[in-house]
Design a protein around this ligand. Sequence first.
Ligand code: ZN
Length: 337
Amino acid sequence: MNPRERFLHALLGEPKDHTPATCVTQVGIVEVMDAIDAKWPETHFDSKKMAALGASLWNIAKIEVVRVPFDLTVMADALGAKVDPGKVNVQPMVKGHPFTSADQMKIPDDFLKRGRIPVVLEAVKILKEKYGSTLPVLAGFEAPFTLAGHLVGTETLLKWAIKSRDQVKEITKKTTEAAIMYAEALLKAGADVLSPCEPTASTNLISPKDFRELVKPYLTDLAKSIDGYFILHICGDATLIVKDMAETGMQGLSIEDKVDIRSAKQMAAGKSRICGNISTANTLIWGTPEQVKEEAKKALDAGVDLLCPACGLAPITPLKNVKAIVTAVNEYYGLPG
Ligand SMILES: [Zn+2]
């Protein structure tokens, strides 16, 4: 099997030769940016550099994926949010919100031509042409509830979730429409798998009941509207919502290290496959390669379907720790390293 076949089989629960060592979240790390001259922030605005960095963990570490972009502000920016481009080791962040009420939000006619959307679409095209026959091409973006927070302010959105739930539903319905348009364009450009990230829907910020009422219906709409594969990432301890995440119809769920793989697999059984969950906040940044391998093998023992970092890689993650994920798989299955 080549890495693309292995990844897609693993994602769909079909027979595979072994569990892939991959990454379904942000892949850019500073050590590699320096080595290939594709540094943040300029790489966020340059499709060639974006594609090069998106393929870098495959080229340098044999992590089985090519993936762009490296932040969660592309749609917000195209819809009028103020975005700080960040630094070499800091992701772009939303700094100003264009709307104060849900009815102000409109999707511009030229939405897909605005901001950095054309840069990402071009980077996906480059990756598909160069790597698409042997590697899975992934494209990430901010999922509807998180995007709604970017447009009105996350604090405002969470206040509305208490006092003004119709506003949450109205704006999230619109951000879902925007996400569907963008997702279709990403697939057309050559993405194999879409990875919507929904950090604002973490159980640290909203209750499981709110997840079911204010987030899940829109993720379900997104998955149903698009003829493509999805991996949904939600940060933090998603244990109480894994079953709901699986019911959205998304083929893969990317979970963090606070979630137990075995119970996640049970809750998602027959619906979604589990991607995870080597700690990005602890082991991958601060641990040794031996500790990364140990945690990776625990996830493999637990039956993880795609072995991945728990969340987006922190830019300061050492390359040797990323390489240890691949070594862990090679050692676990007795493959030639
Ligand atoms: Zn996360």
